[in-house]
Write a protein that binds this ligand. Structure first.
Ligand SMILES: Nc1ncnc2c1ncn2[C@@H]1O[C@H](COP(=O)(O)OP(=O)(O)O)[C@@H](O)[C@H]1O
Ligand SMILES: [Mg+2]
Length: 449
């Protein structure tokens, strides 16, 4: 392709994307033709446009970037100093994550490096920095701990933004789904309960996660850790009815209010995404699919969950109900806080005596939950679930957000449990709200045990 052909292609793409008006390209072409004819000079069409201020070089670079999803391999980042780069361990929509060693440190760290394609987008850079700050500030077993962040300009001029954090030596729940297809209900509930603890902490800190999904949940032994605070933002009040500038989240798990672009999104949006995650865990596929993101978001707003899919995946009626309530279209009808979800799991679904998850008793917590002892009597969690709910609950309606409680176990809440709930409640109320941009912790976090 000749250089003028290439330039015309770039200009056509810019016009198509609405980045420049056709008339301006024509004006530049006229100038180019003029110089070619009169002075026998071959000027670059793109350079004329840049010189005239009609388009900037960064936009041109974006247009000429190779197609396909962004990618980063170890050789693209291993010049960032002070780390020994071991291997790539994950990749998402914004960044790639590598296992590294910091100079002089015996334990590995994970370093997340933002794709260079995104660094020209100020909003993406802001979000990345905010994620790094939050990870440093947050201190909760269920949320990946951040250590440090910075940027480094590569010799070719590309800026690399990075954040170092604790290395989670496990696998994402999505990877587990890839291996197993779906999880049994008790195991899935263990994942959800872990996420609720993390989300409860986020809520106390005044932050929404906004991207809860199996890919962002990591399983290490029996611990559940939420990662990727890339879309996290402070919970804003008093914006009812207003529209947000951007819609964030992953369409397969996004809440109806996020899909509609409402500004006053709150923790109940994360609860919806967690419900969609639970659906994926027990049904083995995402609740809604479609040919593009717009179609899927429309379904999140309007379509009911498919009763057929629940039935085909042999999902128990109480789990069906539980997911319906987490994914109610109207957030008023959902569980209102992560604590409420936990209470439902602990007191209603699992039963008061089934609070202990003991994966060490099984070779793999993901495949053999039926072998877990729940109360020392040898009753399996699977059996406990079955007997607790067999035939006792009302038929599950398909309408979202039925407020009826499940089964009869709720009446069995022990005094001990109530006391624990009260304790949790009072400690959460005394938590401070986080101010973004705070100083962060100077010391390294304790190691996960
Ligand atoms: N601290 C970590 N330790 C190990 N693996 C991680 C860590 N953080 C993220 N990952 C893996 O890398 C993937 C991408 O990271 P994530 O933060 O989700 O990036 P993105 O913002 O691009 O989605 C995750 O899905 C997870 O599998
Ligand atoms: Mg992610």
């Amino acid at each position: 392709m000749s250089s003028i052909e290439l330039e015309l292609k770039i200009c056509a793409l810019a016009v198509k994307k609405g980045l420049i008006e056709k008339e301006k390209v024509q004006e530049a072409l006229d100038i180019k033709n003029y110089y070619a004819e009169k002075e026998k000079r071959n000027l670059s069409l793109v350079k004329i446009l840049v010189k005239k201020g009609y388009i900037d070089e960064a936009t041109i670079a974006d247009l000429t970037a190779p197609a396909g999803p962004p990618n980063l391999e170890i050789e693209h980042v291993n010049m960032i100093p002070n780390f020994k780069w071991v291997k790539k361990v994950g990749a998402g929509g914004m960044a790639a994550v590598f296992k590294c060693f910091e100079q002089g440190e015996p334990d590995p760290v994970a370093v997340k490096v933002m794709y260079p394609e995104h660094t020209r987008n100020e909003e993406f850079v802001e979000r990345f920095i905010r994620e790094a700050e939050l990870l440093k500030e947050f201190d909760h077993q269920g949320i990946v701990k951040g250590y440090d962040f910075g940027k480094f300009r590569r010799s070719d001029g590309v800026m690399l933004y990075w954040v170092s954090m604790e290395f989670l030596d496990g696998s994402s729940v999505l990877d587990q789904l890839g291996k197993q297809g779906r999880l049994d209900e008790a195991t899935a509930l263990h994942v959800i309960r872990g996420c609720c603890d993390a989300l409860d902490y986020c809520m106390q800190m005044g932050i929404l996660h906004r991207d809860v999904k199996p890919e962002n949940i990591i399983w290490i032994g029996d611990e559940i850790v939420l990662c990727d605070l890339g879309f996290a933002k402070p919970i804003e009040k008093g914006k009812a009815g207003e529209r947000s500038q951007t819609t964030c989240g992953t369409v397969q798990y996004i809440s109806p209010e996020q899909a509609k672009g409402l500004a006053d999104v709150d923790i109940r949006a994360d609860i919806y995404s967690l419900g969609a995650t639970l659906y994926h865990l027990v049904v083995g596929k995402v609740p809604f699919s479609g040919s593009d993101g717009g179609e899927i978001m429309k379904k999140q707003v309007k379509d009911p969950l498919s009763t057929k899919e629940f039935r085909e995946a042999n999902v128990s009626p109480h789990m069906h109900y539980f997911i319906e309530k987490m994914m109610a279209k109207d957030r008023e009808e959902r569980f209102q806080s992560p604590r409420e979800v936990v209470d439902e799991i602990d007191t209603v679904i699992r039963g008061v005596e089934s609070l202990q998850f003991k994966p060490n008793m099984s070779p793999s917590p993901l495949v053999n939950v039926g072998a877990l002892s729940t109360d020392g009597t040898g009753t399996s969690l699977g059996d406990a679930l079955k007997s607790a709910f067999s035939g006792k609950q009302k038929p599950v309606g398909t309408s979202s957000g039925s407020s009826s409680k499940l089964g009869s176990l709720s009446s069995k809440i022990s005094g001990k449990l109530k006391a624990r709930a009260a304790e949790d409640d009072s400690s959460s109320k005394s938590s401070k709200k986080l101010k973004i941009g705070g100083t962060g912790l100077s010391k390294k976090f304790k190691k996960r045990t």
